[in-house]
Design a binder for this molecule. Structure first.
Ligand code: AMP
Length: 654
């Protein structure tokens, strides 16, 4: 890194020298103790620029609602772009690479700033202002990043909907977020196959009750678009009218929301995770120092998607807040060949890489020579998150690329890691199978599910919970539904108000945690979190289906796969193998059309009855165990033991 930049960075971050000398245990203890928490986070708050610096650190007078830096005034886009302009104007900020369209473009901080202002001016021309929602339904293209940054620049709240979702999922999010404007595109592309977005968007807008004032379309020239006069507008034409736009940042309270990001829960209705502005900016800036140790001149390559939380935090905001260059990659990890990621590392001298275990398992099936073909000497470490990291995968990639592999565990709700190794504070050895220790700011507890008692012994299994206040950066509430926030997350454990992660875990004698799977009906397919209820609701909408249960079953590549067991209304409709495969395909198509291919079950198997208790409750865990060829455990409450036998036979047949 250039010496001048190093000086500029250190000047901005005077606390650097002191924190690296402390032990992690002390650092963590200070961050959560009642007497030192405020001083700790006041120090972290200096990492970001404030229009009005906060005098109060956290207002926890109305638990579990934590208001971080409540009297501070700032702007997320200012911290990601404007503050860097004096030092980094001509340094790369966004490197947009698409192996789908064979395009590559680097935007410097100055250029990205100009594009974001053009987008902000266009949004303003539609009347977007502070507090309005802007929904973004886009693939991994630079304009999606402009739209996100432009929204927060105006004090508006963005809500990115993953491009793999179909019209039903999009419509429910439109109705919940009620956007003033939707920004979208003609199409995405996956593995060379064009996926038209506009028809899905049009269908979603037919389905939704809320109608946005304007739809801004980015035409990539991949698929024809039917533009609706008066509603749909062309980005290129409007951009041309605002080439010299100067749109100052709208200063907002630290507690004003920056975005909503929907995630799956145990009901069919997705939850809008609402993030603040100041707390999030501080959390990300501080994570770049203490977890990722990134600085200006470094290049961050996160292979997630902007539709997921990892993409929000570590493709866009955190690297830019830290003054780094960030890679936005549209394409598969194996196309044109399995060396593509590593060729990007070589070409752009990537220092930090962040991916998911599933992607590494995909690479593991390819020719290993791709991993040694490129110069990876710039790379400092590979962080992996989103799902359990199995030991063989970690070992394989670690020895193949010769850099440390750092697991990190977190959730859409938290916005940044709950557990990992904070090597920027103190270097600590990793343990295979463990995402590490509780990150500073997180007062993690293991709780006995039945009694609510804290488990303090080594290797005791409990529900992973977090004592309030949640640290900065975590969800403020569920968008528009404070009650759901409290009831879902803070009331699931008897006798105490703690945040439940809904994950099982254990902690060893040295404080390393191990994640043992979900306590609820959420499943994790290739790092994507899916609610089984949502998939069940979509399948039950098929006229031939009377009842259905969806469970997650272990899958070698994706961690878990969704498997559906359906009871049909008329048994004669699934008598022959041909009828069954036809109906299975129809059901899958229905899920594809409503929720998107990401939620499509790997199999739909037809049964005559589902395993239930005598009181009619579905025995989901027993069903899952049998589907995974495991012992279903205690079945004394079961109504009809034959139901599981049938499942077993079907699973064995494949
Ligand atoms: P999401 O909100 O989509 O990021 O999903 C969060 C869930 O993914 C967590 O509650 C865990 O069940 C799982 N998860 C995320 N990261 C890890 C990890 N490093 N190890 C094990 N499970 C993880």
């Amino acid at each position: 890194m250039n010496a001048e930049l190093q000086v500029a960075w250190c000047r901005r971050h005077p606390k650097q020298e002191t924190t690296t000398m402390t032990t992690f245990a002390d650092f963590h203890a200070r961050s959560i103790s009642d007497s030192e928490r405020n001083a700790f986070w006041a120090e972290q708050a200096k990492l970001v620029d404030w229009k009005i610096a906060p005098t109060e650190v956290v207002d926890y007078s109305n638990p579990p609602f934590a208001r971080w830096f409540p009297d501070g005034v700032t702007n997320l886009c200012h911290n990601a772009l404007d503050r860097h302009l004096p030092a980094l104007q001509d340094q790369p900020a966004l490197i947009a690479i698409s192996t789908e369209t064979d395009t590559e473009r680097t935007y410097t901080y100055g250029e990205l700033h100009a594009e974001v202002q053009r987008m902000a001016a266009v949004l303003q021309s539609f009347g977007v202002q502070k507090g309005d929602r802007v929904q973004i339904y886009m693939p991994m293209v630079a304009e999606a990043v402009f739209a996100m940054l432009a929204s927060v620049r105006l004090g508006a709240i963005h809500s990115v909907v993953f491009g793999g979702f179909a019209s039903g999922s999009l419509a429910s999010r439109i109705d919940d977020a009620q956007p003033k404007v939707i920004v979208s595109t003609d199409a995405g592309s996956r593995g060379g196959r064009v996926v038209a977005y506009k028809p899905l968007l049009d269908e979603a807008l037919q389905l939704s009750s809320h109608k946005p004032g304007a739809v801004l379309m980015v035409n990539r020239g991949l698929a024809p678009m039917q533009m609706q006069a008066g509603r749909d507008h062309d980005w290129a034409a409007l951009r041309a009218l605002h080439l010299d736009a100067q749109v100052p940042c709208t200063w907002v309270q630290s507690t004003d929301p920056s975005y909503i990001l929907y995630t799956s829960g145990t009901t069919g209705k997705p939850k809008g995770v609402q993030r603040d502005t100041g707390g999030y900016t501080v959390a990300l800036a501080s994570s770049m120092d203490h977890i990722f140790h990134g600085k200006p001149g470094d290049t961050y390559f996160c292979t997630s998607d902007i539709g997921w939380v990892v993409g929000h935090s570590y493709i866009i905001y955190a690297p830019l807040i830290a003054g780094m260059a960030t890679v936005l990659y549209e394409g598969l990890p194996v196309r044109p060949d399995a060396g593509i990621w590593w060729s990007i590392v070589e070409k752009y001298k990537v220092t930090h890489m962040f991916s998911a275990p599933t992607a590494i398992r995909v690479l593991k099936k390819q020719d290993p020579s791709f991993l040694t073909k490129y110069d990876l000497s710039s790379l400092q470490a590979l962080w992996l998150a989103g799902e359990p990291l199995d030991e063989p995968t970690a070992q394989w990639i670690s020895s193949a690329i010769g850099v440390p592999i750092v697991d990190n565990y977190w959730q859409t709700e938290t916005g940044w890691p709950i557990m990992t190794l904070c090597n920027g504070v103190e270097k600590q050895a990793s343990r295979f199978g463990s995402p590490g220790k509780a990150v500073y700011g997180y007062n993690v507890k293991l709780i006995d599910e039945a009694t609510g008692q804290e488990l303090t012994g080594a290797n005791e299994k409990g529900v992973l919970a977090i004592e309030g206040p949640l640290p900065p950066g975590c969800l403020q509430t569920v968008w528009g539904d404070d009650e759901r926030f409290v009831n879902t997350y803070w009331k699931s454990i008897p006798g105490r108000m703690v945040y439940s992660t809904f994950d099982w875990g254990i902690r060893d004698a040295d404080g390393y945690y191990f994640i043992l799977g979900r306590t609820d009906d959420v499943i994790n397919v290739a790092g994507h979190r899916l609610g089984t209820r949502e998939i069940e609701e979509s399948i039950s909408g098929h006229p031939a289906i009377a009842e259905v249960a969806v469970v997650g079953v272990a899958d070698k590549l994706k961690g878990q796969a969704a498997m559906a067991f359906a009871v049909v209304r008329d048994p004669r409709s699934v008598e022959t193998a041909e009828q069954r495969s036809k109906l299975e395909a129809e059901v899958m198509k229905q899920v594809d059309g409503q929720l998107g291919a990401v939620a499509r079950p790997s199999r739909v198997l037809f049964v005559t009855t589902l395993p239930k208790t005598r009181s009619g409750k579905l025995l989901r865990r027993a069903l899952q165990a049998v589907a995974e060829n495991r012992d279903p455990g205690d079945l004394t409450t079961m109504e009809d033991p034959g139901a599981l036998q049938q499942v077993k036979e079907l699973v064995l047949q494949g």
